[in-house]
Write a protein that binds this ligand. Structure first.
Ligand code: ZN
Length: 244
């Protein structure tokens, strides 16, 4: 079973399709898991939702999804994110909005728990410290956890008698899944923030009992053109080329 694990597509259809094509170039995919923030920021919310639904995605909700669906106030967002959320709301059909509103906060798939932020605070917490990882592990009933939200590629390892260890995962990094409990972040396929503008994803191969982090070039300029036409916030457009 080969599963593409994506997160934070943020209405970027070029980034999403680039990683999915890359993931299925060698062999067919058996599924796509998405860790939230399907929409918000980018120019193509409907196309991203359609692509993921066509592939029978297993997805959880992110903060942007909740805001766009009207389940959360945009007051908690910074101005650029808030205006993008309101713009996105206008673009979606009733059915698309219902789909986004219906995304669960957490989902268990075999040995993995999917959540956007953390199990302690599913849509808001940026899990970036050992203390936060401890709190998450305490609530994780499966061996492995999958998170997004920070748009960074890393994994966290639970250790006996020691604080959880964080490891950055660069392109091509393979991790064998063993007995120890882990939290994995695939990074973002729609708005990377680690200084590398290439779209990020994680490929899970259950026969190999391993995951691999990958980065893929996509047509950033095409996404930016559409964002300019839609008059989205200039910083949201610029940051795609910077990977920030
Ligand atoms: Zn996000």
């Amino acid at each position: 079973m080969r599963i593409a694990i994506v997160s934070d597509a943020h209405s970027n259809i070029e980034g999403l399709t680039a990683v999915l094509r890359h993931a299925e170039a060698g062999a067919p995919l058996d599924g796509v898991w998405c860790l939230g923030d399907l929409v918000g920021y980018g120019p193509d919310p409907g196309a991203v939702i359609a692509e993921l639904r066509r592939r029978h995605v297993t997805a959880v909700a992110g903060n942007h999804d909740r805001a766009v669906a009207g389940l959360m106030d945009v007051d908690e967002f910074n101005p650029a994110a808030a205006s993008a959320a309101l713009w996105t709301r206008e673009q979606l059909s009733v059915y698309e909005r219902e789909f986004v509103a219906g995304l669960p906060l957490t989902h268990v798939a075999s040995d993995f728990t999917l959540v956007h932020g953390s199990l302690r605070d599913p849509v808001w917490e940026y899990l970036l410290s050992p203390e936060q990882a401890d709190a998450h592990f305490a609530l994780q009933t499966t061996r492995y956890g999958l998170i997004g939200h920070s748009h960074l590629t890393f994994w966290v390892e639970e250790r006996p008698h020691a604080a959880p260890a964080f490891h950055r995962a660069d392109d091509g990094r393979t991790l064998e899944l063993g007995e120890r409990r882990l939290i994995l972040n695939p990074g973002s396929c729609g708005q990377p923030r680690d200084g590398d503008p290439r779209a990020a994803y994680l490929l899970y191969d259950d026969a190999a009992a391993a995951v691999i982090w990958r980065r893929v070039e996509y047509d950033v300029a095409a996404t930016q053109r559409k964002m300019r036409d839609a008059r989205l916030h200039p910083w949201l457009i610029e940051r795609l080329a910077l990977g920030e």
